[in-house]
Design a protein around this ligand. Structure first.
Ligand code: FE
Ligand code: ZN
Ligand code: FE
Length: 180
């Protein structure tokens, strides 16, 4: 007979029915609150990044993603509401750190012809961090059968991926002419 690898706590949770499911649900809500904080931090940081951009194309790309980001905040609030929860935030230290590093980079590069390259690199770190968060949230939402939440989260993920691709395009264009 196989020995169970489950801890007494897990056994108990299972005996009680939905213990494991409700642990995942709590984790899901915490990660949603973290992601809402991340998106809200971004609505404050993106205008500064747009203003710093040298090229019109990069500025426009950042401005257009700012508008999307405001919609993403709305969608995350709708996700909470779809679960009968009040939208809440939990300070995202990951995003805080990425943005801090980005600001430092801007300061260091402010007189450099590679300023836009630096901005793009910071912005892509932001997008990849968000892509990771949404990928996880979608998987959990689907596992728990939160279909409406999953649909909303997928819309955000799609925009993050498109923003990342646009930045890659711009980075490639810059690499081919300017920042050398
Ligand atoms: Fe976002
Ligand atoms: Zn976070
Ligand atoms: Fe984004």
């Amino acid at each position: 007979m196989k020995h169970s690898m489950k801890s007494p706590k897990q056994e108990q949770a299972q005996d009680q029915g939905n213990g494991q499911e409700s642990d995942l649900h709590d984790l899901f809500l915490d990660e949603l609150a973290d992601t809402l904080s991340a998106e809200k931090q971004l609505t404050k940081a993106l205008p500064k990044m747009a203003e710093a951009a040298e090229s019109d194309e990069l500025r426009e790309a950042i401005e257009s993603h700012l508008e999307e980001t405001k919609q993403q905040v709305n969608r995350l609030e709708q996700v909470f509401k779809s679960l009968d929860e009040t939208p809440r935030t939990k300070k995202c230290k990951g995003m805080e750190g990425i943005l801090e590093e980005g600001e430092e980079m801007l300061e260091d590069e402010k007189d450099s012809s590679a300023l836009d390259a630096a901005l793009i690199s910071g912005a892509q770190k932001v997008e990849h961090y968000e892509i990771a968060s949404y990928g996880t949230l979608i998987a959990w939402a689907e596992k728990m059968g939160h279909q409406q939440a999953a649909t909303l989260l997928k819309q955000n993920l799609k925009e993050e991926k498109a923003a990342d691709e646009k930045l890659t395009e711009l980075a490639t264009a810059f690499a081919n002419d300017k920042a050398n």
